[in-house]
Design a protein around this ligand. Structure first.
Ligand code: SF4
Ligand code: SF4
Length: 181
């Protein structure tokens, strides 16, 4: 092939590849875009997606079943028990270790730890990947009321016993019965 023919072939190849590229561009030009402007827009996430956990704290009984089921010990919790009531200190999940396997969810006897649909983790600080799932620290208002009532009841019983009176058992509240079940 002489130099002129080679030059002509190169020009033709360049033109041809541009035409093929423009043909593909033209094919998608009039179609609806399939990309979304994340994070301003998000694709719908299936309900069974295994994202960041959330805890229904008021149902949790600090039984540790979720922490024991976790194969890599991501879950730690701390609560002070006042009789049947809990004063919460922390309930942390370390997302530096979590592999989103969901094994912590199934053994929960109160069905109160779940995996949600949130997934975005962005931080320059590793310590921020240890999430506290508590929605409040300390005691819930209702729990505090129940605890004070129980203490009052105990005091009344002890006072009556000291006075040598027969004490009839007071009926348990619904909350007591539920906590015992
Ligand atoms: S999803 Fe798996 S790894 Fe993560 S906390 Fe639960 S059991 Fe542990
Ligand atoms: S298994 Fe459920 S009830 Fe028990 S500590 Fe974990 S979240 Fe709470």
């Amino acid at each position: 092939m002489n130099a002129t023919a080679k030059y002509a072939k190169n020009v033709w190849d360049g033109l041809k590849s541009s035409l093929v590229g423009m043909q593909i561009t033209g094919k998608y030009l009039l179609q609806k875009p399939i990309t979304v402007q994340y994070p301003l827009e998000r694709l719908p996430i299936p309900n069974r997606y295994r994202g960041i956990h959330y805890l229904e704290q008021e149902k949790c009984i600090n039984c540790l079943a979720c922490a024991r089921a976790c194969p890599i010990d991501c879950i730690e919790m701390d609560a002070v028990r006042h009789g049947k009531e809990l004063e919460w200190v922390s309930f942390t999940l370390d997302y530096q270790k979590c592999m989103f396997c969901e094994l912590c969810v199934y053994p929960c006897p109160k069905d109160c730890i779940h995996m949600g649909t949130e997934f975005a983790f962005v931080s320059y600080d590793r310590s921020e990947f240890k999430h506290d799932l508590l929605s409040f620290k300390g005691m819930a208002r209702e729990a505090k009321i129940r605890m004070l009532e129980a203490e009052e009841k105990k005091k009344r019983k002890e006072a009556a016993k000291a006075a040598g009176q027969e004490v009839a058992d007071e009926p348990e509240s619904d909350a007591d019965a539920e906590a015992e079940s």
